[in-house]
Design a protein around this ligand. Structure first.
Ligand code: GAR
Length: 198
């Protein structure tokens, strides 16, 4: 079976990465994780990759806080290309991608964000939704462009905000929704990659 080669980028815990790797292992997702890359040396997402025997790498991000240096981004392109990646999956990757990556993988980079975009882009989106008095929030998977948490929306899932919610309880429910939504969206990319079946 033709499997979609993916590369996963993350800066943190890697719960979305784990959900994706589990679905690949169980055979639910016709993808192949070629590499997991992090801009944070000690990020648990790299441990997760090791646990699943997936190639992994730390990419020293350089001097900027919210983006990669242009040469570093070129290096990232090279690493993903060498790994034969078709779809780049951002799973908590906390840096904005610019020219080199967007040029190398047009409409082949997706991101997940814990709000119903275009509402509440940026950090700790669930706290923003709570503070705004929303009744419903959720998560969004979208194509990546040069702006933060911006780009054509592919799919969303709603999560109700309950009167007794704390930031932690709300965040936990959004993350459960994320771990369902992201593999579902990636499965659609897998089907497209595989082409028509008889
Ligand atoms: C996820 O909740 C994801 O939506 C968020 O980072 C978290 C990573 O968690 N991404 C953003 O906020 C992007 N702006 P994880 O490392 O456990 O998958």
């Amino acid at each position: 079976m033709k499997r979609l080669p993916i590369g996963i980028l993350g800066s943190g815990k890697g719960t979305n990465c784990r959900a994706i790797l589990e679905r690949i292992r169980s055979g639910e997702l016709a993808a192949e994780a070629r590499v997991v890359i992090s801009d944070v040396l000690e990020a648990p997402i790299l441990d997760t990759a090791r646990e699943f025997s997936v190639a992994n790498a730390y990419l020293p991000p350089g001097q900027f806080r919210t983006r990669l240096e242009p040469e570093t981004e070129e290096e990232l392109v090279k690493m993903l290309r060498e790994a034969g990646v078709d779809l780049v999956v951002l799973a908590g990757f906390m840096r904005v991608l610019h020219g080199p990556m967007l040029k190398a993988f047009p409409r082949h980079i997706i991101n997940i964000h814990p709000s119903l975009l275009p509402k509440f882009s940026g950090l700790e989106a669930w706290k923003q939704a709570l503070a705004a008095g929303e009744k419903v929030t959720g998560c969004t998977v979208h194509y990546v462009d040069e702006k933060i948490d911006h780009g054509e929306i592919i799919a969303q899932r709603e999560v109700s905000i309950l009167p007794k919610d704390t930031p932690e309880s709300l965040h936990a429910r959004i993350q459960i929704a994320e771990r369902e939504l992201y593999p579902t969206v990636i499965a659609k990319f897998c089907a497209k990659y595989r082409g028509p079946t008889l």
